[in-house]
Design a protein around this ligand. Sequence first.
Ligand code: ATP
Ligand code: MG
Length: 263
Amino acid sequence: MTISTHPILDVKQVSKSFRGLKAVNGVSLKMLPGQICSVIGPNGAGKTTLFNLISGILPHDEGHIDFNGASTSGLRTSQFASLGIGRTFQNLALFKHGTVVENLLIGRHIHLRSSVLESLFYLGRPAKEEIAAREKVEQIIEFLEIEELRDKTVSTLSYGQQKRVELGRALACEPKLLLLDEIVAGMNREEKEDIARFTLDIRDEFGMAVLMIEHDMQVVMDLSDYIYVLNFGTLIAEGTPAQVAANPAVLQAYLGDQGGGHV
Ligand SMILES: Nc1ncnc2c1ncn2[C@@H]1O[C@H](COP(=O)(O)OP(=O)(O)OP(=O)(O)O)[C@@H](O)[C@H]1O
Ligand SMILES: [Mg+2]
């Protein structure tokens, strides 16, 4: 695959504070189209906050974020999905009483329609758009191998299955950049391997760039082209998996994380 040298995401010296706590402190990060990158770091390091800044859930206090060569400053949260930034949430963002198909349709339409109810009941949408949405959703169901779950209510699914639906919801609006926040947390080894395979296919078949927050070091080392390491809101290391694994500052950050419990 030819990889363009123009970054799809360019985060420059970005900071965010919560009542005096600098959750993200002067972080810079760059991603090229077709790359899979990871953000790692102990609990509370600022990883999810960084994702919230990139995906427009929160405004940043300082610095700049460019997506596809244009600044994202001043955009409304709802505009980030139509721009091409999709994400999954650490705590899942599914409509639990809806079926899998309904959730994926909402994911497809949430960036086009203002009302979730309208998305859910398919009101006033041109038939052509509706047919295209349903085709896309069926494609995703097949891709994620969840055919047997399609008409099940989300609340009846296992945690691992719900995470897979959450991934489908994010894929449904066909982002150019997909942010995955601890997608394999709480999964068994087999489920993790499935998600790892899907992540590679998302890059290779759909051409998306993927930025993931991940505590599972095997997944991080196997999938990442490049890794960023955060600790106390600050970038303490970056590099290829081999470079990061050999960096003493990274080891120190994790050894010092007595309260976090896991890497
Ligand atoms: N909305 C918020 N209001 C106040 N403080 C916040 C908010 N969001 C995050 N924080 C604080 O910012 C710091 C970074 O939190 P964040 O959730 O980004 O960490 P994380 O690296 O994603 O951790 P984890 O691995 O546990 O998910 C923490 O101290 C957290 O308590
Ligand atoms: Mg987090």
